[in-house]
Design a protein around this ligand. Sequence first.
Ligand code: GMT
Length: 372
Amino acid sequence: MKKIGITCYPTVGGSGVIATELGILLAEQGNEIHFITSSLPFRLDHIHPKLFYHEVELNHYPVFQYPPYDLALASKMAEVIDQEELDILHVHYAMPHAICAILAKQIANRDVKIVTTLHGTDITVLGIDRTFKKMIKHGIEQSDAVTAVSHSLVKQTADMLGINKDISVIYNFVNEKEYHKRERTTVKRQYGIKPDEKVIIHISNFRKVKRVQDVIQTFAIVTKHVKAKLLLVGDGPEYSEARQLVVKLHLDDHVLFLGKQKNVSELLSISDLKLLLSEKESFGLVLLEAMSCEVPGIGTNVGGVPEVIKHNETGYIVELGDVEQAASYAIRLLQDEEMLEKFSLNALKRARTEFHSDKIVAAYTALYNRVL
Ligand code: GMT
């Protein structure tokens, strides 16, 4: 039994989900898990005697122009390391969380081990602001162990930072109890989708990198050949642009903007195909969530996406921006029931083998044992 502190951005998409689900599974295996975050992680919605939550409180002192979140976090980490006698501090993101963990370790009285998981966003930040390069590098080099969610991210990190640090690839996973296909004919009807219409789904935070416009353009071609509806799930900076494009392309009756949704597995259960046409994606957790609900995906040849989708088996890979190719694959799949069923089952099988939570949690546990 280990005592593990976990820090993530509790409200940020995939990385927050992975950190929380991992903590829950580790607690179920008998470890004591202490979340140290600015708010309750959004998936931490049930009680368990081995799960604890320590809130990083931010006081707004008039002398500080900006509230010192990073310092408040480091201070809280140091407090929890000592009080709870943590063995490991597992942080998600090198910046700022690994940096905070390093500082906390220096302040605390215990020799806690720091494990850092990279989700890709640090590297994206670097592409925009090089001033953080040395700090991110420091965070990675000073961690006792570093993991990344895809081989592509390991390579990208090494290329951009020029480091030799050994980074282990531990893929993402989903909670299989939550992500599985259910019979949801009523849900389909409630959304006004006819039984003979296919459902294409896109889920994201509508950031520019997600290229929601490409999803809509792809759908515009598909809908000329296949009776279908497009579900757009999520919200973010590109939301109104996306709405305008739908109106411009006269797709209003075929595209449903659902905003942020909690029970995504219910929506995946009525979906036939998932589109993720991002320009940056270190893994693409939403693709795995879809696969786990028997939904094949079409994704771009960027980052870790080709490590998740097996081309021509669990979906298709297209070049960035190639909406014609994406549409052609979608039409081929949606018009061939037999092939669609085969791809759906392949997707499920891959989700339950390569990315099974048992396998991933075992990999993290082995890594913890190695550093201790
Ligand atoms: O993609 C985002 O905007 C959110 C970000 C996050 O921190 O959750 O996602 C990153 O981590 C996910 C979990 O490992 C990955 O599935 C996403 O691919 C990755 N996003 C990018 O690399 C852009």
